[in-house]
Structure formats: C-alpha cells, structure tokens
Design a protein around this ligand. Structure first.
Ligand code: CA
Length: 370
C-alpha cells in the first residue's frame, strides 16, 4: 500500500475510532452545516432522584458532582437538583417516575427494576460474569449500549452507564459459611440475579434499599447482607453488627450503576446539553469506579483491624456450587423470557470475544505480579 492510501485508511479508521469511543451506538458525527441553532438564554431545571440515601458517599456524592459539572459546562443553562432516595419519591421507584416524566433522571442500578423488566438485571451484572473493565468494554464499545437502549425504549427511557463498583465483597454474616448447606434458611439482603442464585441454595433473598440495611441486620430482620466493598461497607457500619466478612463478591463482579433519563425530555434538549449530559455521565462512570478502587484498599485495612471480626474467603466448593446454580438460573431465565435471551446472548457473545484477550493479559498479570 502506498503512503497516501495508508494515510487515507488511517484517517477513516481514526474517524471510526472517535465515533466508536463514546456511547457510539447512539452517536453520529455532525457536519458543520448540521450544527443547530441554540437558544443560549433558556435554562433547563431538572430533577435527579437516586436510589441512595441523601448525601451518600461516592454514589450520592458523585451525582451531586455530576450536577455541578453539567452546571459549569453549560454555563448554568442546565440546572440539575439531586435528591436522595425517599426525599422526593421512594428509593426504588425511579424507573416509573422517570418513565412517566414526573422526574427527568434517576441514578441507581438496572437490577433494581427486576420486578418490571427482568432482562434489565443483566445490564448491571451477572454472577460470575464480566468485571467492570469488561462491562465498560461491552457497553461502550461492544454493542451493549444499543441493547440497553432497545430494552428501555418501550418505557420512554434511555440509560447511561454512570458508575461501577468493581468486584464487590461477598457480604456480612453472623455465622461461618463452610459449605453450601450453611446458606440454607438464611435471610440475606442480596438483590438481582445473585439473589435468585442464593434462593436456589436455600436462602431467602431480600431487596432493601441502602438506608434500611443496617437497622435490619442489627435487629435480626435479616441474617446477612451484601453491599459493595470495603470502603462503602465500612461507612455503612456493618462491621459493628456482623462477625464475618466474606469474599469474593461472586454475585456482583462489576456492577454497572445507571443514569436513567426520560428520552422525550432528553430529545427536547439542545444538542450541546445532550452532549454535556452524555459526557458528564461518562466522567461519573469513571470517577465512581476510580473512587471505589482508590479507597477499598485503605478501608480493607481498617476492617481487618476491627476486633472480633474475621475476614474469610468463601470455600471453593461453595463458589463452584453457586456457579452451577447461576448457569441453571440463567438458562431458565432465557427460556421463559425472549428479551432476557437477547440481552444475555449479546452479553455472552461479547464475553467469549473478550475472554481470550483477558486470559493472556489481565489474568496472567494478576497471577504473576509480585
Ligand atoms: Ca451489592
């Protein structure tokens, strides 16, 4: 190939790379003539509800940071007020409120909508599934975003990945887990598909918003809970009311947090504000993941230092059985739900595409690094 043709090819590839890098599936590159008229005197005031308690560190904190970024990037034309769960609507009712347009945005996680749309759970995480890096790759560059938007379209919603917890911890227990039998009869706060797997092991999964868990664990309404990881779990105070802290978080290997937006209201916005929201969500996505990673090591040490508390690894045979149950649950789910089949097949296709690369990069590196 001569140099000119080679450069031309690079130019084409570079353009495709740019359009492919930021939530590509919904983007097109505007030509100069397409830049629309924008009324810079109009201010938009939006409400963002969240599933998190008011002023919650990282997740709630990040939403307020996002509102601030948007305010600054838009020169004050986009003014988003962030509400904690229960301040404006109950913590887990964001899906309906944004769908019917009462609220413009909600920050939470797609698995909270399992009761309405079971397939949405796959967009948060699948037990023993992809980690944060792989979920980002799938959603932002591997077709996952398109699937997500299709899933929410009938509800007048769009979704942005807007945070990731990375691999979570397995949870807080007051009894030792030495075999799969030890999960039998336990009432545990564990949402999403992980909860279904836990039920197959004989436990009773419960879905509770973050603000309710500590009191329920303290009073024995639940026997165990999972939450996120060392930093957030420590702030929640679970080390004061549980004896054992188990790892790894097999049920949530890289949970994607979600910014839900009312699609019609988003489409009414001038294009610059649409891009500002898209960019701020992407920044929030990265910031939350980085914040969890940065603080988890520090807080793990604090947790290890708590007297009377034991850090434990789930036995291998417990994890293997849970993985077997996960395969069963996922097979049953896709048999009965064509939407879940479509989403899970896309998830698995991407996973099998990225896996050979992960196997000779991250995996080997983590196994061998000193
Ligand atoms: Ca969790």
């Amino acid at each position: 190939m001569d140099k000119r043709k080679f450069l031309q090819k690079l130019g084409v590839a570079a353009t495709a790379g740019v359009t492919g890098s930021l939530l590509s599936c919904r983007e097109t590159v505007s030509k100069k003539a397409d830049v629309p008229y924008i009324n810079f005197n109009k201010t938009y005031r939006w409400k963002m509800t969240t599933t998190w308690p008011p002023n919650f560190p990282v997740v709630g904190e990040g939403c307020k940071m996002m509102a601030d970024w948007v305010r600054k990037m838009s020169g004050g034309r986009m003014d988003i007020t962030v509400y904690g769960g229960g301040e404006l609507i109950p913590a887990l009712e964001g899906f309906d409120a944004v769908s019917n347009g009462a609220i413009e945005m909600n920050h939470g996680a797609a698995y909270y909508w399992a009761g309405k749309l079971p397939a949405a759970q796959i967009m948060t995480t699948v037990p023993f599934g992809m980690d944060a890096q792989q979920m980002d790759a799938w959603i932002q560059a591997g077709g996952g975003d398109k699937i997500w938007q299709e899933l929410y379209e009938p509800y007048g919603l769009m979704a942005f990945p807007a945070g990731n917890t990375a691999v979570q911890m397995g949870g807080w227990f007051n009894k030792e887990i030495n075999s799969i039998q030890d999960l039998k009869g336990l009432k545990m706060r564990i949402p999403g598909l992980g909860g279904k797997v836990f039920a197959r092991a004989g436990g009773t999964p419960m879905l509770q918003s973050g603000g309710e868990i500590y009191t329920n664990l303290e009073r024995g309404v639940i026997d165990a809970t999972e939450w996120i990881g060392p930093y957030h779990d420590y702030l929640m105070g679970f080390h004061q009311v549980a004896k054992y802290y188990y790892y790894p978080g097999w049920h949530e290997p890289g949970s994607v947090l979600e910014l839900l937006v009312n699609k019609a209201k988003f489409e009414e916005l001038p294009t610059d504000l649409q891009e500002i929201i898209t960019s701020a969500a992407l920044r929030l996505n990265r910031w939350m993941g980085a914040e969890f990673d940065a603080k988890n090591g520090e807080y793990l040490e604090k947790i290890k230092a708590v007297e009377g508390l034991e850090l434990r690894r789930f036995p291998d045979d417990v994890l293997q059985t849970l993985q077997k149950y996960t395969d069963e649950i996922m097979s049953e789910m896709i048999e009965s739900d064509p939407l879940a089949r479509r989403v899970y097949e896309a998830f698995n296709d991407f996973r099998s595409t990225i896996r050979p690369w992960m196997d000779i990069s991250n995996k080997i590196y983590y196994e061998t690094m000193i």
